[in-house]
Ligand binder design. Structure first.
Ligand code: KG4
Ligand code: ZN
Length: 332
């Protein structure tokens, strides 16, 4: 079965072609980071306009790289939410148009579900597993029992982990998106230099909160002379990152132990973080848990994970009709 995946939920225009749910024939992503970088965050109107410009060339490029034509496809999978509604509509309209013109099935995919299943693009991982999805828009913890069976364990009460990275990077003038820059700078910093607080929600052990650390970094910067903190940017980055990583790892490992599940899967843009990967491996080894992460290109937004999720649903006989709409707040 040959599935075309289309992803336009935020600021990346992406298309991928997946054969039989396991062989990625093409995976094309056009990032808009340079456009939004000047504003320090994604500007929805600019994102949807850029998707409009990019989407057809990106779909063509994916089909070309895969060496297939539209007629060869068994179906189309497209993100229908959650995300920016104007952005979602671009991908969804193209998918519906293609499905209508070529008379093929299409399914609207939940972006969160796709992140939770992305690990299967590269690794054989049995169900169940505890999955931490940490991205710019979400920080969620699920027990994934099977395709379509997602037990919600917890989520962020305020900012997403990636959002905290992006906001802290902005405070220090490091550009957007901030996660990769902070990850890089932290490598030369001292993780113990500043002890930022780790939020713990006693009554909800699997929930997260990142607004406190963001404020703590801001207060720290304000308490220092600008020349002084600028000289310490790697230390601030490393200390901030250590706190965020601790706040992500503790609920995840505790959830796996409490639910008697010995596999942990990381996903979402923040799962590309080098310190998170290193430290969760250490904690998991102590607790006899196995940890799996997708490679960085499948942690961040991509269409291969959308094609994979669509593959499962099309295989199970699901067919969406043309009344399906974009849903900015779609939940799992
Ligand atoms: O999954 P994603 O591409 O898009 C969303 O659905 O949000 O995640 C993007 C987020 C951004 O906040 C970015 O700063 C963060 O992932 N990110 C990272 C790293 N690479 C990307 N955060 C920490 N360390 C990284 N290496
Ligand atoms: Zn995402």
């Amino acid at each position: 079965m040959l599935v075309l995946g289309i992803e336009t939920s935020c600021d990346d225009t992406a298309a991928a072609v997946l054969l039989d749910g396991r062989t990625i024939l093409a995976n094309v992503v056009s990032s808009q980071d340079q456009i939004h970088g000047a504003y320090g965050g994604v500007v929805p109107e600019l994102a949807s306009r850029q998707h409009l410009r990019n989407i057809l060339p990106i779909v063509d490029s994916a089909l070309g790289k895969a060496g297939v034509s539209v007629r060869d496809l068994s179906g189309i999978a497209v993100t229908r939410g959650p995300g920016l509604v104007g952005s979602l509509l671009v991908g969804l309209s193209v998918a519906k148009g293609m499905a209508f013109r070529w008379g093929m099935p299409y399914v609207g995919v939940n972006h969160l579900e796709a992140h939770l299943l992305a690990i299967h693009l590269e690794h054989e991982v049995s169900f169940p597993y505890v999955a931490l999805l940490a991205s710019g828009g979400h920080t969620l913890l699920y027990c994934v029992q099977d395709v379509g069976e997602y037990l919600y364990l917890g989520g962020t009460r305020d900012d997403a982990a990636g959002e905290a990275y992006d906001k802290v990077a902005k405070m220090m003038g490091l550009g957007y998106p901030g996660g990769r820059v902070i990850d890089h700078l932290a490598k030369t910093g001292n993780r113990e230099a500043i002890r930022f607080p780790r939020a713990r929600l006693k009554k909800s052990p699997y929930d997260f909160s990142f607004s406190g650390i963001k404020t703590s970094v801001l207060q720290y910067l304000k308490s220092q002379d600008q020349h002084a903190w600028k000289a310490r940017v790697p230390d601030i980055a490393a200390s901030f990152q250590e706190a965020v990583v601790d706040m992500l790892i503790n609920p995840t490992v505790n959830a796996a132990i409490a639910h008697n599940v010995n596999r942990i899967v990381l996903s979402g843009g923040v799962a590309a973080n080098s310190r998170l990967r290193e430290k969760i491996n250490e904690s998991a080894a102590t607790e006899n848990l196995q940890v799996y992460f997708p490679s960085a290109k499948f942690c961040t937004d991509n269409a291969a994970m959308i094609a994979l999720t669509g593959h499962h649903w099309i295989n199970r006989g699901r067919r969406d009709d043309f009344a399906v709409n974009a849903d900015a707040d779609l939940t799992l």
